[in-house]
Design a protein around this ligand. Structure first.
Ligand code: ASC
Length: 154
């Protein structure tokens, strides 16, 4: 009996590993992962955009307001990535397949954006508008670089 089952032992092991990988996903459905990452990006863009309005002179500079917006954007910048789970490349998404086929490059582009967003939050606390302007530009470049490579154009 044991020898009869042996050929299936590997299969059971693979099934177990695949099952565990799926069980680790915090999302019940792929659509939820997509919505989650888009929601984090949306909130981040809203708060980054409010700083952009100050940078462009469309909104008066208020140190505390900019610092708060930068802190929210920084917190959001940490969230989207777990939403790019396996099997979430299809559906209502602008995600390019390269996110999964070139995962190392995507990870480094994502980390670059997180780092720049973190710097923006630090600089914003300082209250120097010119420094905020410079770091806003650097952060926007990191957003754009990742979008150029990994987001389909609308
Ligand atoms: C934003 C926003 C982005 C980035 C990008 C920067 O405010 O929503 O996606 O900045 O446009 O180039």
């Amino acid at each position: 009996m044991q020898s009869l089952l042996k050929p299936f032992a590997g299969l059971v092991l693979v099934a177990g590993v695949v099952g565990a990988a799926h069980a680790q996903s915090p999302f019940a459905k792929p659509e939820q992962a997509i919505k989650y990452r888009q929601s984090a990006m949306f909130i981040m863009a809203q708060h980054f955009g409010r700083i952009g309005a100050v940078v462009k002179g469309e909104r008066p500079y208020n140190k505390d307001e900019v610092a708060k917006n930068a802190a929210v954007a920084e917190e959001m910048s940490k969230l989207p990535w777990e939403g790019f789970a396996a099997g979430t490349d299809k559906g209502e998404t602008h995600a390019k397949p390269e996110i999964w086929t070139n995962a190392a490059k995507f990870k480094s582009a994502a980390e670059k954006m997180e780092q720049e967003m973190d710097k923006l939050a630090q600089v914003a606390k300082g209250g120097d508008l010119n420094a905020v302007k410079a770091q806003f530009g650097a952060t926007g470049k990191a957003c754009k670089a990742c979008h150029d490579d990994f987001k389909k154009q609308d």
